[in-house]
Write a protein that binds this ligand. Structure first.
Ligand code: ATP
Ligand code: MG
Length: 293
């Protein structure tokens, strides 16, 4: 399937992720420790609005995992819960756990998660509009202090090098998205969470953004959890995927299998022959996965 260099990069990434901890881990366990494990996560906003209802997912080291779902399913909430950003939105994890490389980070603050190798590119390509491209990158690297490796980011995203003294607010949507990704890379993450990076971009720029996502994985060896409404493109770059609805996972599998799944085709890829768009649960009742229960 993949050419050799990609496989090698993935294997390298898996090794980098495994680190000492997994290598020294339970010798009886055949499974490697996943980069990210979310178990039975429950999230409530404003103490009453239940948004995630026992969501479980896993992101193996060195892979891109797509998280698909319709508007309001809870995709962004899932990423914010993983990144530790719920408190700023009056949200709270009320049950379940988030583990990064096997370590429980459920109660850790956002900055501590960044120091442990996690970075989030938020929905809506948030950049500091009054700062230059370079200043945005420097701001993104604050957790690493003086060691911030912006040259590495410019090398990976040469388009940013050409724009380094431009004010971010005047960049095009695609350029701002590259900057948002570049800024996340400044903390030198191993696991990148991406929230709808292609949203609202012209088709050519969508190509560029997905190209960058693939290179993040193959060239930098990053593991990624990719939230996208563009299911076709997301499944084309991902190894595995999950479909969520109303705060739960309703379907999961290898990316190629999901892309081939008739329900996914109908509801997310627009390839079905039924004219009306219906929700998953209207046609099928998926049993909750038993794995974590
Ligand atoms: N800060 C908040 N306070 C209260 N409710 C919220 C908050 N943020 C999100 N919600 C609600 O939680 C649910 C899930 O929202 P979320 O943004 O996670 O969905 P999403 O899958 O990312 O949707 P979209 O595809 O539109 O981005 C929605 O019903 C939303 O209204
Ligand atoms: Mg969202």
């Amino acid at each position: 399937m993949s050419p050799t260099p990609e496989k090698a990069a993935r294997a390298d990434a898996a090794r980098a992720h495994a680190g000492g901890r997994a290598a020294a881990g339970d010798p009886g366990s055949a499974r490697a420790v996943a980069a990210l494990t979310v178990e039975n996560l429950e999230v409530i906003y404003d103490q009453v609005i239940l948004v995630l209802r026992g969501l479980s997912l896993e992101v193996p080291a060195g892979e891109i995992v797509a998280l698909l779902g319709s508007n309001g399913a809870g995709k962004s909430t899932t990423l914010k819960a993983i990144a530790g950003l719920l408190p700023t939105e009056h949200g709270e994890i009320t049950d379940g756990s988030v583990r990064l490389d096997g370590q429980d980070i459920t109660r850790m603050d956002a900055a501590a998660r960044v120091r442990r190798g996690l970075a989030l590119v938020m929905e809506g390509r948030r950049v500091f509009v009054h700062l230059t491209v370079h200043e945005n990158l420097v701001a993104g690297g604050y957790t690493r202090g003086a060691r911030a490796g912006y040259e590495r980011v410019y090398e990976f995203l040469p388009v940013l090098a050409g724009l380094r003294s431009r004010v971010a607010g005047y960049l095009s949507g695609g350029e701002q998205q590259m900057l948002a990704i570049g800024r996340a890379l400044m903390s030198d993450p191993r696991l990148l969470l991406l929230d709808e990076p292609s949203l609202g971009l012209a088709p050519r720029l969508v190509d560029e953004v997905f190209g960058v996502i693939q290179r993040l994985n193959t060239e930098l060896g990053l593991t990624a959890l990719l939230v996208e409404q563009n299911a076709r493109r997301a499944l084309a770059v991902a190894h595995r995927g999950y479909v969520m609805e109303a705060g739960r996972i309703v379907l999961e599998g290898a990316a190629a299998d999901l892309a081939d799944n008739p329900d996914v085709k109908e509801f997310y890829l627009g390839l079905g022959d039924a004219g009306a768009r219906r929700r998953y649960r209207d046609v099928k009742h998926y049993k909750r996965r038993k794995r974590w229960l």
